[in-house]
Write a protein that binds this ligand. Structure first.
Ligand SMILES: [Zn+2]
Length: 444
């Protein structure tokens, strides 16, 4: 068991882990299937103060994740000032602080991280503001410094005209929270307004309630792992945080428009009367097309690369669950990820809206046979798939739609070109709600 070996190597103080352990204050380490974060004892709520830092580590890349969070425990200032800055500067503080502590971890502890560079997309790059580009520059410099890997030429070229080297050099010289504030103000002037356009730090530092919950479930998971317990992921598949009710409500009303069976309302002159088109003032309110709401399947990609849009996906699932309870739609939801494939027939009482995103995508090969009998297939995926999976989904392409909403949606067109997914099947927008609106346009 990987987790046990890890605990063991901490206990016997071997190599770098021993060194790390000697240098940071007392801490409790907890496994997680979804997130990594550090929570110092100074920031914990009164009732759960135990005199120890909590280090929650996502188990898919144990060493890197642990060293990263341990570096925060060693070098991120525990003072109220840091928390104030985090509130004011948000994700940007995470990005620069991550770069600073990983620099220290790699130079002082000698740890080499194994992270890959994100793909560069010139179409996304064009819309970014200078401050956002600079944040990406620091992010790329962090990977370069902590992995020792050469920066890919396309990134190098993009960063050429920005003063990223100067900015990064100044950052690693930052010595106090006051310094940090001066540094942020000098280079960014004010906090950036569009967090979705910034590189993803993969951490959940800001939301305390969510962290408390994660700490709880980390303790449960540790007990299970230490008992040599089941490796089954199925019971944990639906243990994430629920989406915001408000977002789910908006998504629900959109989906309702899509699947509400309103075709019998009026005698038709030709085709079928479509009240949605009528309501939207479209002249042609009769259409031959229809959605077969009683025979559809949502295929949900639950790989870790979906984490950035997890709340939107969860909102869709909550909406789908409610609509199926109301009899508006039937069918199934199929969760694919980490080689596993779980089919949940609708309506369901399972907490599908709390789905977790972890590990790799692979699994479409198993999923496709399960989806064959449905007339209508909706993929919720970022298309980060391999050749084998592409072949599998190709057999469904005539009746399937690919839904994606997120800041990198333009990048997805390049992937979809590569996988030869027809334009008419691609519903990509900056948000998932936008993508559903596209579906509405295509189908009705
Ligand atoms: Zn971090």
């Amino acid at each position: 068991m990987e987790w046990k070996e890890f605990i063991l190597s901490l206990a016997i103080g071997e190599g770098i882990l021993g060194k790390v352990k000697r240098e940071i204050p007392q801490f409790e380490i907890l496994p997680s299937r979804t997130v990594s974060f550090w929570r110092p004892k100074e920031w914990r709520s009164e009732e759960s103060k135990e005199g120890k830092d909590i280090i929650v580590v996502r188990v898919d890349n144990l060493t890197d994740n642990f060293i990263h969070e341990a570096a925060h425990a060693r070098w991120t200032w525990r003072c109220p000032k840091t928390r104030q800055m985090l509130q004011r500067w948000g994700v940007l503080l995470n990005i620069v602080e991550d770069a600073r502590v990983e620099y220290l971890a790699s130079t002082q502890w000698g740890h080499k991280f194994s992270e890959e560079y994100p793909p560069f997309s010139s179409s996304n790059w064009e819309w970014l503001e200078d401050g956002e580009k600079l944040a990406w520059g620091v992010y790329i410099k962090r990977i370069a410094s902590s992995t020792g890997k050469e920066i890919p030429p396309e990134w190098k070229k993009a960063l050429e005209l920005l003063r990223v080297d100067d900015c990064y050099r100044e950052l690693i010289g930052v010595k106090s929270p006051e310094d940090m504030e001066g540094f942020l103000t000098k280079w960014w002037g004010e906090p950036l307004k569009r967090p979705g356009y910034l590189p993803c730090t993969g951490e959940e530092m800001a939301d305390e309630k969510r962290q408390e919950k994660e700490i709880q479930s980390g303790r449960e998971l540790r007990r299970e792992l230490e008992a040599g317990g089941s490796q089954k992921t199925t019971p944990h598949r639906f243990k994430g945080n629920p989406p915001s009710a408000e977002k789910a409500k908006r998504v629900k009303s959109l989906l309702q428009m899509l699947f509400q069976n309103d075709v019998e309302k009026t005698p038709s002159t030709y085709g079928r009367y479509n009240s949605r088109r009528d309501m939207r003032g479209k002249e042609d309110c009769f259409t031959q097309k229809k959605v077969c709401a009683t025979n559809l399947i949502f295929i949900v990609d639950t790989s870790a690369s979906m984490l950035s849009i997890k709340n939107d996906v969860r909102a869709i699932l909550l909406a789908v669950k409610e609509l199926s309870k109301e009899g508006v739609l039937t069918g199934a939801v199929l969760f694919v990820g980490g080689g596993e494939c779980i089919k949940v027939p609708l309506p369901t009482t399972k907490p599908i809206e709390k789905v977790n995103f972890q590990g790799g995508t692979n699994g479409y090969k198993k999923a496709v046979p399960l989806a064959q009998s449905y007339d209508f297939v909706v993929f919720l995926s970022d298309l980060a798939i391999d050749e084998e999976d592409r072949k599998a989904i190709e057999s469904l392409s005539k009746k399937s739609f690919f839904l994606y909403g997120g800041p990198y949606y333009r990048h997805l067109h390049a992937l979809a070109d590569k996988w030869k997914i027809p334009r008419s099947r691609r519903l990509f927008a900056p948000t998932l709600e936008g993508a559903i609106k596209l579906l509405l346009e295509v189908i009705t």
